[in-house]
Write a protein that binds this ligand. Structure first.
Ligand SMILES: Cc1cc2nc3c(=O)[nH]c(=O)nc-3n(C[C@H](O)[C@H](O)[C@H](O)COP(=O)(O)OP(=O)(O)OC[C@H]3O[C@@H](n4cnc5c(N)ncnc54)[C@H](O)[C@@H]3O)c2cc1C
Length: 612
């Protein structure tokens, strides 16, 4: 076996997680090897973003000096810089269905995403986004091998030797498994917990479809539902007693060049155990019980084979060790509900990348250094498992669901605000690598679940839910009590209106509501919110953010129109000069922090996206 070069970090898998981590590390001068079993473009699941994901993209871009990650941070940026194949996501919409009955309009909920400059969020067409991020990683100096499935790893005191199918052999000082649910390392090191201890128990059927009608065109529009944004410009959740279904359109705005819609069905295993029927048949059978949804899918057809996964949940005994770690989707998974996968992945990359950069510099790759990465993942999975399993329990009764989802709304607000506060922090931070405010109290990442006040609210609601499941409490009474807990916590923002069952959305998140919520967080919210989530924010800061965003949009639009006009009349131009200067600036810009490794020369062999 001839190995001519040792990499600092070898990453298995070039999904969005592996490529973003690879881009960051290469940008900081580490020698990075990305190994992909398949080849881009390729299908990937995990398409719906939430504010915590998109704000995390901003944070990674700002902290690690990789602006291209920031291009994923809202719909407009993705549309402008990455791809026209992604969809717009103005809200999370939930419609509750009773088997065989017409849908009751008032049994629907909506939670709007932020407007510009922060949102709207986006439905990522992963095959294009992942391919884009791979080219970004290559652009920053990572080496890529496609068609290079990792088949063996051998750890020793100094690093790891990696073998790939077709005879490839590589050496690295550290190994990251970003291989998703098929995780090679979990199999090799026998890490999976069996049986999986997670409370959530669901199975999944999914595909991409053509010919899915927009929900608003199937009879009742969002106005009929009394909801602010069109249901077809949302990630649409069709809920029913035995599970839920996602509809994620990529074709829901005028400039889309993609007619596909992502569709998936999540079934509660205790109500819908596997039947052995073909996935499409099962899908059609469930859809037929919801008249409006049946209409939506009348003419729809799958454009790729259905994927059918038995129990979707899995977990690992360990997620980091000496000279290795796993990204979240290789380590554990709960459920697509609430789209937490990408948010947890990005927040893990945030705490992992700084450690790897330090480790490459001082040579200490010991497990102790990465212990927090493991703790962080575990906390997040545990929280989401409780939130999601509670949701499956709540599907038995719309009233209970209507109450339970308030927890997710409150948590989502503080999770997102927390990340945003850190983005602002990094804008002024001197040492962005060592400065790690996300790692101390109150762990401002996912859903703000480390805030004691929120944790107490969650515990109280959980007790009510457990009592319902045990048959000790009627669901209507539990719902009433959960609303009381939410109100008493003081965490529900005044500008959203009262936390009452009839208030099925906090309002259309236009700029005015965004400002009012911001103002509430700055000067009227409970002390914990003012102290941790709005420090440094003020109306002038928010207004400047809006003005900069608008000015940027105008500058780009006018610039494009001017170039277009010029091209009617003039062939000669200096555009190449702009490109050359930009490329030169990239090559000579020092990474934001010191790292001992030299930038890697890209030597990729197999893949079409390898650097020359
Ligand atoms: C049904 C479902 C729905 C989901 N929906 C959402 C959602 O709406 N929103 C959200 O935020 N998250 C969602 N998730 C989670 C989301 O998919 C993951 O968080 C995300 O894809 C993780 O990205 P990744 O790059 O770590 O892994 P992946 O995107 O899975 O990429 C793994 C890569 O590793 C490669 N690979 C695997 N094994 C090897 C090997 N041995 N050698 C070389 N290469 C290998 C694969 O070919 C692939 O390219 C969903 C997950 C599931 C299962």
């Amino acid at each position: 076996m001839i190995i001519s070069k040792t990499y600092d970090v070898a990453i298995l898998g070039t999904g969005i997680g592996g490529t973003i981590l690879g881009a960051i590390l290469a940008r900081h001068g580490l020698k990075v090897l990305l190994l992909e079993g398949g080849a881009h473009p390729r299908f990937a699941i995990g398409e719906s973003t939430i504010p915590e994901t998109t704000f995390m993209f901003r944070l990674l871009a700002e902290r690690y000096g990789v602006p291209e990650i920031g291009y994923l941070s809202n719909f407009q940026r993705v549309r402008r810089h990455v791809s026209s194949t992604c969809g717009i996501k103005r809200s999370f919409s939930f419609v509750y269905h009773r088997v065989g009955e017409p849908q009751r309009l008032e049994e629907s909920m909506q939670f709007s995403n932020a407007p510009p400059p922060l949102g709207p969020d986006v439905h990522l067409f992963r095959q294009d986004v992942d391919a884009y991020m791979l080219s970004v990683a290559v652009g920053h100096g990572a080496t890529v091998q496609q068609h290079a499935e990792v088949t063996d790893v051998d750890f020793d005191g100094r690093g790891v030797t990696i073998a790939t199918r077709h005879g490839g052999a590589f050496r690295a000082r550290y190994f990251v498994d970003a291989g998703g649910l098929r995780s090679f390392l979990a199999r090799k090191l026998d890490l999976r917990e069996d049986p999986c201890p997670l409370r959530t128990r669901s199975r999944s059927l999914y595909t991409h479809m053509l010919g899915v009608l927009p929900y608003d065109a199937c009879g009742d529009t969002h106005v009929d539902h009394g909801l602010p944004t069109p249901l077809s410009q949302a990630t649409l959740h069709n809920l029913f007693k035995g599970g839920w279904m996602w509809v994620i359109p990529f074709d829901n705005h005028p400039s889309s060049t993609n007619r596909l819609v992502s569709v998936g069905l999540q079934l509660n295993l205790d109500i819908h155990p596997p039947t052995g029927a073909p996935p499409e048949e099962e899908f059609r059978r469930i859809v037929a019980t919801m008249p409006k949804v049946a209409r939506q899918f009348e003419r729809a057809r799958a454009v790729r084979e259905w994927t059918s996964l038995p129990r979707l949940q899995f977990s690992s005994r360990r997620t980091a060790g000496d000279r290795w770690c796993m990204l979240p989707h290789a380590a554990s998974f709960v459920d697509p509900l609430y789209s937490s996968g990408l948010a947890v992945t990005m927040s893990t990359i945030n705490i992992l990348a700084s450690r790897l950069i330090q480790a490459a510099s001082d040579g200490d790759f010991s497990a102790a250094r990465f212990a927090h990465v493991e703790t962080w993942m575990r906390r997040n999975f545990d929280y989401f498992d409780r939130l999601v399993s509670g949701s499956y329990n709540a599907y038995r009764d719309f009233n209970l669901w209507n109450a339970w989802i308030r927890l997710w709304m409150v948590g989502g607000l503080y999770g997102a605000l927390g990340v945003l506060a850190r983005v602002v922090h990094y804008q002024g931070a001197k040492d962005k690598l060592l400065d790690a405010p996300c790692e101390g109290f109150p762990y401002r990442g996912i859903q703000g679940h480390e805030i004691p006040e929120f944790a107490a609210l969650f515990e109280a609601a959980q007790r009510e839910m457990d009592a319902v499941v045990a048959g000790e409490l009627a669901s209507e009474e539990a719902a009433r009590r959960i609303f009381q807990h939410v109100e008493a916590s003081g965490l529900w923002p005044e500008p959203w209106g009262p936390a009452r069952p009839g208030k099925r959305n906090p309002g259309g998140y236009n700029l005015a509501l965004l400002m009012r919520t911001g103002q509430w967080a700055i000067d009227r919210a409970p002390e914990v919110v003012r102290r941790h989530f709005s420090r440094g924010a003020s109306m002038p800061v928010i207004l400047k953010l809006v003005a900069d965003d608008w000015a940027d949009e105008v500058r780009v639009s006018i610039g494009n129109a001017a170039l277009h006009l010029r091209d009617y009349f003039v062939m000669a131009n200096g555009d190449y000069d702009v490109a050359a200067r930009r490329s030169l600036a990239m090559d000579t810009a020092p990474p934001p922090a010191e790292a001992t490794s030299e930038p890697a020369a890209s030597t990729a062999g197999a893949g079409p996206l390898s650097a020359p």
